[in-house]
Every structure is written in structure tokens, then in C-alpha cells.
Design a protein around this ligand. Structure first.
Ligand SMILES: [Zn+2]
Length: 391
């Protein structure tokens, strides 16, 4: 295992595991990449999507990962990415921690082998979310920056929804269909966007027990491609959300058969069945004046910044004497006017042009002989052409 790295640097040396990530700063995409070390992300469900998301965040140098799963690795999981056959039998959380620690020992890993849908499991789950990156209790408020739900059933999603509504914790939901050819990710901000209970799936709304939907001996299909794509979309949006760049998708679907990516946004349902959600909606409404004031201040600051930027010349130096000319005044420019263009064609001594100028291209007319000289018989060609046209 490599030694831990104290500070993330952008130094371009082969031994720096962060040089390509920190280059995002030089490219003008992210201006605070090293902040990624301050963030904690909880991943619930370390299956085909969750394990890949965990690996991506680990390689990106996330500060802390909290991993939740109660299941063990099986050979039947080997059609997906991440887990290896020799890990069969290990709990998914332990196997994941082992691999992730090897990939990046800088990441703080917390592994919770538990079922969050039991009463006891739910309490342990919320308790673990109310600790900060140093392990200190945060007094009931959330100590993580984002929760990623990568579970495969409605019940577990509702548990994550409940915990996040209670803690006012923003989370992202992900899912892949049973037939393995579609998936989605969704951003849920308590009070601001729809929660998971705001618009329940039809079967759930109709009161059918999810467990009765599972048919004996019929197992869901899965593909490493679809799961990898959904994990990639999930982590891409996680990075944008944490490091504040680009646009974070509210809902992004993926249909593999048509390569179709629908997007949409869902507002909270004022008649949501989840009491904590209604509370969040009330709080969000009460907070509106403060939010508007902040938005106004930001708009003013942006406008000021833009006007300041407009005053400063884009380039202080002009080594090559490049100047811009209005499209209407092209006649003044030798290269366009024709007049003086011979001067612009003059090259320094020793240099010559490979191609002739447009005006001096050889305009020799082609003759019939040019076409038949390669042994072709004109009458024969004519016949072939007529035969083709007959169709
Ligand atoms: Zn709701």
C-alpha cells in the first residue's frame, strides 16, 4: 500500500495520484478541487451501482466514505464491476473497504454491515450520519455532505428518504430496471424537490406489497454496462454538487435500447404522505425571503464582476500585433482586398509555396480521350449505365 499523502497537490510527476484531478483547476473546470477532501459521502447499498460509485469517489480522493450493506459477495455478482471471485463469502462492506483502502489509503472508510430497514438498523443508520469527518457527534444534525442511495428495493429507498427528510439531508437516488436496460438518478433536496414519497410508484400507491411482486425462481437481469453508466452519472453529479461546478441534474433517466436520456424536475407534493417531508416543505417556504435576498446579493455581485471584467483588456501584451477588424471594413485589409494581395503573397527568401494560388490553377479542358485512355471502352460503359438505369 502506498503511504498516505498529506496534502493534495497539482505537481505534475508520475508519482502523484492526484495530478490529473488537480489539472481540472488548470483547465478552468473546477477551482477548488482539493476541497474534495473535506467531504463525507454515505453510500447505501454496495451492489452493482454502489460499489462502482464507491470506487470512483475513492479514486477521486473523497474525504470520507460511509458504506452500508448487509449482504455478502456472491459469484452471481461477477457479471458486474468491482468485486472479485476470491471475495465471495465476504460481506460487501468488508470486501469493498479492503479494495478501496488499497486503491487510496487517504480516504477515511467507515463500513456498516447492517440492514437499515429494521428499527435497530434505522437508528444505527441515522446515528452514523450524525457524526462528522473526525468522528465527533454533531448534535443531531447531519455530519455528511451527501447520501447516495444505491439500493435495489422500494422499502430501503423509503428508509433513506425518511432519514434524509428527518436530517434535512440532500441525497441522490439511483436505480436500474429489472430488465437491465434502463436506469435513472434523481436529486432530492428535502422541502425543495419532491421526496421519494411525494410521487410513489403506481404499484405502491395502489397498496400492493412489494414482496409479493417477487416471483419464485425468477431473478432480475443485470448488465455491468448499465450499472456502470448509472454509477458514472451518479458520481459525476456528486462531484458537480460537492465542488459546485456545472449543472446538477434533478432527474436524469437512461434508456439503453434507444440511448435516450430524459431529464425533468419534480416539485414536492403538498399532500405527501411523509410528515417529515411536509415539515421540510413548510421550512423551505418560510425561508423564501432569506433565499431571495441572498439570490439578489449574488446577482448584484455577478453584475459588478462582469462590468469589472469588461473594463480590463483581455490581453495586456500583443507580441504579434494582432488586431480585430470589423467585417464591414475588410476592404482595408490587404489579404481580403485583392489590391496588394501580391505583396501579401511575397515570402521571405528561401521559403516557397507548395500549392499554386487559386487564380493560377491549371484550367486545361478535359477531352473524351482522358476518360477512355485507361483501357475503358466508351460504348461498353454506356451499356453498363443503361443496364443500371433499367432498374
Ligand atoms: Zn414528500
Amino acid at each position: 500500500m502506498r503511504p498516505k499523502i498529506k496534502e493534495m497537490s497539482g505537481e505534475v510527476v508520475d508519482s502523484n495520484p492526484y495530478s490529473r484531478l488537480m489539472a481540472l483547476k488548470r483547465m478552468g473546470i473546477v477551482n477548488n478541487y482539493e476541497e474534495i477532501r473535506n467531504f463525507s459521502v454515505a453510500i447505501v447499498g454496495i451492489g452493482g451501482v454502489g460499489s462502482v460509485a464507491a470506487e470512483m469517489l475513492t479514486r477521486c480522493g473523497i474525504g470520507r466514505l460511509l458504506l452500508y450493506d448487509y449482504d455478502t459477495v456472491e459469484l452471481a455478482n461477477m457479471n458486474r464491476l468491482f468485486f472479485k471471485p476470491d471475495q465471495a463469502g465476504m460481506t460487501k462492506t468488508d470486501a469493498a473497504s479492503q479494495t478501496l483502502a488499497e486503491i487510496n489509503p487517504d480516504v477515511i472508510l467507515e463500513s456498516y454491515t447492517q440492514n437499515i430497514t429494521t428499527v435497530d438498523g434505522f437508528k444505527k443508520f441515522t446515528d452514523s450520519l450524525t457524526r462528522d469527518i473526525k468522528g465527533n457527534a454533531t448534535g443531531g444534525v447531519s455530519g455528511v455532505d451527501l447520501v447516495l442511495s444505491c439500493v435495489d428495493n422500494y422499502e430501503a429507498r423509503m428508509v433513506v428518504n425518511q432519514a434524509c427528510n428527518e436530517l434535512r439531508q440532500t441525497w441522490m437516488e439511483s436505480g436500474v430496471s429489472e430488465d437491465a436496460v434502463s436506469g435513472h438518478i434523481q436529486l432530492l433536496i428535502p422541502g425543495e424537490t419532491a421526496c421519494f414519497a411525494c410521487a410513489p410508484p403506481l404499484v405502491v400507491a395502489s397498496g400492493v406489497d412489494e414482496k409479493t411482486l417477487k416471483r419464485e425462481g425468477v431473478c432480475a437481469a443485470s448488465l455491468p454496462t448499465t450499472m456502470g453508466i448509472v454509477a458514472g452519472l451518479l458520481v459525476q453529479n456528486t462531484l458537480k454538487y460537492l465542488l459546485r461546478f456545472g449543472l446538477v441534474s434533478k432527474y436524469l433517466g437512461y434508456s439503453a435500447l434507444k440511448d435516450f436520456f430524459p431529464t425533468m424536475a419534480m416539485l414536492p407534493n403538498p399532500q405527501c404522505s411523509n410528515a417529515a417531508c411536509l415539515e421540510c416543505q413548510r421550512e423551505y417556504e418560510l425561508d423564501k425571503p432569506a433565499r431571495d435576498a441572498t439570490a439578489k446579493l449574488k446577482a448584484e455581485a455577478d453584475a459588478e464582476e462582469a462590468s469589472r471584467a469588461a473594463e480590463i483588456p483581455l490581453h495586456d501584451e500583443n507580441e504579434w500585433n494582432i488586431s480585430l477588424v470589423d467585417d464591414d471594413n475588410l476592404a482595408d485589409v490587404p489579404a481580403y482586398s485583392g489590391a496588394g494581395s501580391s505583396a501579401s503573397r511575397d515570402l521571405p527568401e528561401g521559403l516557397f509555396r507548395e500549392l499554386p494560388d487559386a487564380e493560377v490553377v491549371d484550367k486545361t479542358e478535359f477531352t473524351e480521350d482522358d476518360f477512355v485512355q485507361s483501357g475503358g471502352d466508351l460504348d461498353e460503359l454506356q451499356k453498363q449505365l443503361e443496364a443500371l438505369n433499367a432498374f
